[in-house]
Design a protein around this ligand. Sequence first.
Ligand code: CMC
Length: 431
Amino acid sequence: MAENKKTATLSFDGKTFELPMMSPVLGPDVIDIRRLYADGDIFTFDPGFTSTASCESDITFIDGEKGELLYRGYPIDQLAEKSHYLEVCYLLLYGELPSADELDDFESRVTNHTMVHEQMHNFFRGFRRDAHPMATMVGVVGAMSAFYHDSTDINDPYQREVASIRMIAKLPTIAAMAYKYSIGQPFVYPRNDLDYASNFLRMCFAVPAEDYEVNPILSRAMDRIFTLHADHEQNASTSTVRLAGSSGANPFACIAAGIACLWGPAHGGANEAALSMLREIGTVDNIPEYVRRAKDKDDPFRLMGFGHRVYKNFDPRAKVMKESADEVLGLLGIENNPTLQVAKELERIALEDEYFVSKKLYPNVDFYSGIILDAMGFSTSMFTPIFALSRTVGWIAQWKEMIGDPTQKIGRPRQLYIGAANRDYIDVESR
Ligand code: CMC
């Protein structure tokens, strides 16, 4: 980021500070407050980091007003239409689209790492038989640092690379195993003659008694879901990965931290929550009551799959996802399924309703992804694990960028303390 000639002036208590300003390639200027505490003995207050840039990054850019998402400068809709997930992984990790040879080499490196250590099967079996696949994934991905200890030295670029490839290759296997375990079916080993998305579908849906014929339209839709979720700037889980990594933690531990953060219903858990909500609404007649509740300040209910911290226009991922939903449901001949009808009517009503219009609350990516995944046959508990495996590459790219940043420091926010002031301890008998 280039420092520009502008400065911002901050005055308080008779003191004045000239704060340098910086101009990014895209997006608003930023005020550099790094020396504010050292020079002015003062903090800034920004819960939820709504006005704080926590790092420099050249990976992903979002323009929330325009509804634009770029990976390394390329618009998401172009990538979703023309590229595919592993090529997008290469782009996110290394900064440029690969040549044909580079792509071949990358794909074979990923493919060679799809199996997990056989002992990991025992580790899975330690979980309760009906464990939520996200719970299993947080544990198993964290445990990769025990199974692959030879790629945990963050100061060795070779080990960082091996850890990255291992995670991109093994996360689909781990997510599929978590799913199989939760429904009491045997694990299905990966097949390296299949592409990334087809292999994942097969690991989820094949059984020893019957193989799974991968439908190319479903595998394309799966690949798009992976692509659309691959990265999203400094969101909660990515910031979690960076914060965990800033202490020097190993990459598997950092990605496990990201998965844990993603699980929440305000973040990656929203796709599961959105479909559960559509099912709960049940029929089109019940929609007005749910819309009324969403608008009621005294009711904590929110329309899941609506709204976004950054997008104040249509989520560009939602546009692509909506097209994919139509394609998949058309293929499967279930355009008239009741959940989809509720979704379409809810979208129509919310887009016309003054409350949602004035607050710029549009459907987000999770509103449609749940519908597609449900139609494909996934249980709702698998929606967030699929988001997690797609986002792994983004987390890794951001983690690698942070490790290579010479200005990087351990993340350590300050606070506005509102607790008791200094007071003396009182013995229990006297309290
Ligand atoms: N339904 C009803 N009202 C809403 C909703 C909603 N889904 N989202 C925001 N609002 C209202 C909110 O009550 C507030 O109203 P007021 O100004 O009167 O207090 C106003 O809109 C602004 O909301 P906010 O909570 O200050 O906005 P935020 O940026 O902190 O929250 C959000 C963003 C995504 C957490 C929120 O919109 C939400 O909870 N949405 C539902 C969950 C969801 O779909 N999450 C997936 C996000 S996309 C996937 C991802 O990137 O993880």
